[in-house]
Write a protein that binds this ligand. Structure first.
Ligand SMILES: Nc1ncnc2c1ncn2[C@@H]1O[C@H](COP(=O)(O)OP(=O)(O)OP(=O)(O)O)[C@@H](O)[C@H]1O
Length: 259
């Protein structure tokens, strides 16, 4: 049912090679390699503390130079960082701005930048409406529920309209029904983009991923990859998906984390 998630590399793939990273006396990655597929949803699963967010940070260029070894690049691109939008676990909403102004923050920060172009206010309002926030455009973040804050952060990330999108547990604060709706909407918005998403939910991975990477400790992180055969968004009642769920759970249960 599952097979090694390999396909011939493409020039826009994100290639992580020989990546080593330590914090104080803990080595998180040692000569780690992974090929994240362009134009696809690459979903990272793994137990808490295995290094998922650190890997995303490294891809986003946010680890200090000299703090790691190895390379993270696309074959033909000089710099990844200006192609990336990143939704972190913390929503990073500015408390003094309304929801609408928060999602339009790039226009304030880079008012004269042509590439990418300014975000249109009407697109922002339309997206916030689709995310169920149409009645809250003028509210400040401190008046929102956790799920509303998360949807605002998601809107800000989607409106960035960059070719590479890093999502760190983007749906974790949502109830099951809203989560399913937001997954579908996000999938539609990010069609053909290179997405790298972290989740703790194997079913979410099975619903959305073209490629699933399980990061496994316990000493240093290794990746195992799977590519379910049907296309997302998948029906989770499909017996083949249920079978793959069992495989993912058994892989995840390997290796006790030493944190
Ligand atoms: N700035 C830092 N200073 C020291 N240790 C850190 C730092 N950032 C991460 N770590 C450590 O690196 C390891 C990996 O952390 P990371 O946040 O990448 O894991 P994760 O898999 O994303 O975890 P979770 O699923 O809980 O978010 C953990 O042991 C963590 O304590």
């Amino acid at each position: 049912m599952h097979k090694k998630g390999s396909r011939p590399p493409k020039s826009e793939d994100i290639i992580v090679e020989g990546f080593s990273l330590s914090f104080e006396n803990r080595q998180v990655f040692n000569d780690f390699n992974i090929n994240l597929h362009s134009g696809s949803w690459n979903v990272l699963l793994g137990r808490s503390g295995v290094g998922k967010s650190s890997l995303l940070k490294a891809i986003a260029g946010l680890l200090p130079t000299g703090s790691f070894e190895g390379t993270i690049k696309q074959k033909n691109t000089a710099s990844l960082t200006d192609q990336i939008s990143w939704m972190t676990q913390d929503d990073l909403l500015l408390p003094w701005l309304s929801i609408l102004d928060n999602v339009l923050i790039r226009n304030r920060l880079c008012p004269t930048k042509k590439n990418p172009p300014l975000i249109e206010k009407k697109s922002a309002i339309s997206l916030l409406q689709q995310l169920g926030l149409g009645a809250s455009l003028d509210q400040k973040p401190n008046t929102l529920s956790g799920g509303m804050r998360q949807r605002t952060a998601l809107a800000r990330t989607l409106l960035e309209n960059r070719p590479i999108v890093l999502l760190d547990e983007p749906f974790s604060a949502l109830d099951a029904i809203t989560r399913a709706e937001m997954q579908e909407l996000t999938h539609k918005h990010l069609k053909n983009k290179t997405v790298v998403m972290i989740t703790h939910d194997p079913l979410e991975a099975l619903r959305l991923a073209h490629f699933i990477f399980i990061l496994i400790g316990p000493i240093v992180c290794e990746a195992r990859s799977f590519s379910p055969e049907s296309s997302p968004i998948r029906n989770l009642n499909d017996p083949a998906i249920i079978q793959l769920y069992d495989v993912l759970i058994s892989e995840l249960s390997m290796g006790k984390m030493t944190i």
